[in-house]
Design a protein around this ligand. Structure first.
Ligand code: NAG
Ligand code: NAG
Length: 227
């Protein structure tokens, strides 16, 4: 009897102490979750996408394949470090009269403007998690109609907290021209778009299933979202 009372007292004392210490996770948190939360030492997989805003395959990749991967892996860059390079199969020539680059795009001049919108957005919001949702939305809303980029910029820009006025001005001035030229410089040899590069290596399978390709390339413990 005395022994039982003592046990009760000890239990009460221990639980009071536990509460006082504010232990950060519930006791029953499985060890595997703690490991996933830290996964020390594993570098994120670098993914680079060469694309142009009006190509059908690029549209499909960005609005479905990429979205699926981000939903599973998160947008914080801890597993996947994703870089949009909006230039694709465009060509550029230096215009000595205007002292700017003249771009020629596969799907017409509107595509050059659309690519420059994305380049400007990436300039103002360089972190993937801050520009990714806009780029997906823009891809869904932009089309071949002249000036449609303005409506898409307005709609997606407002929805995702972009400096719409600055971006509109960037697109039509020297800044946007320079930023789009930088995208040209960052575009390496490629045979088609969308062109996917994982940790420096062209990986065509990533175009069909980015999630699987990134999970395969990731050296740390497989994150929960991996198939
Ligand atoms: C340079 O730009 C001007 C103005 O857009 C254009 O009229 C001209 O044709 C361009 N020059 C070349 C060599 O393309
Ligand atoms: C990923 O890119 C960063 C720079 O952005 C670089 O330091 C790192 O070495 C790259 N990792 C791999 C595995 O290529």
């Amino acid at each position: 009897m005395k022994y039982t009372v003592l046990m009760v007292l000890v239990t009460v004392a221990v639980s009071a102490q536990t509460r006082a210490l504010h232990i950060p996770y519930p006791r029953e948190t499985p060890m595997v979750d703690l490991m996933e939360a830290t996964s020390i030492g594993a570098a994120p997989v670098n993914v680079t996408l060469y694309y142009e805003v009006l190509c059908g395959g690029c549209h499909d990749f960005i609005t479905t394949t990429l979205v699926t991967a981000v939903k599973a892996l998160g947008d914080d860059g801890s597993i996947m470090n994703f870089h949009f390079i909006p230039y694709g199969n465009s060509l550029e020539t230096w215009n000595r009269t205007t002292s700017q680059w003249d771009f020629s795009c596969q799907h017409g001049p509107e595509e050059c403007v659309g690519n420059t919108v994305d380049a400007c957005v990436i300039h103002y919001k360089p972190k993937f998690k801050d520009h990714y949702r806009f780029i997906v939305c823009f891809e869904k809303n932009v089309d071949y109609k002249s000036q449609a980029w303005k409506e898409a910029l307005e709609k997606c820009g407002k929805r995702y907290d972009m400096p719409v006025e600055e971006i509109a001005s960037c697109v039509t001035t020297k800044l946007g021209n320079t930023l789009e030229h930088e995208m040209a410089l960052r575009t390496g040899p490629h045979q088609w778009v969308p062109w996917l590069i994982l940790n420096g290596v062209h990986t065509p399978q990533a175009g069909d299933n980015l999630l699987r390709a990134v999970c395969k390339a990731y050296k740390g413990p497989k994150p929960k979202g991996c198939p």
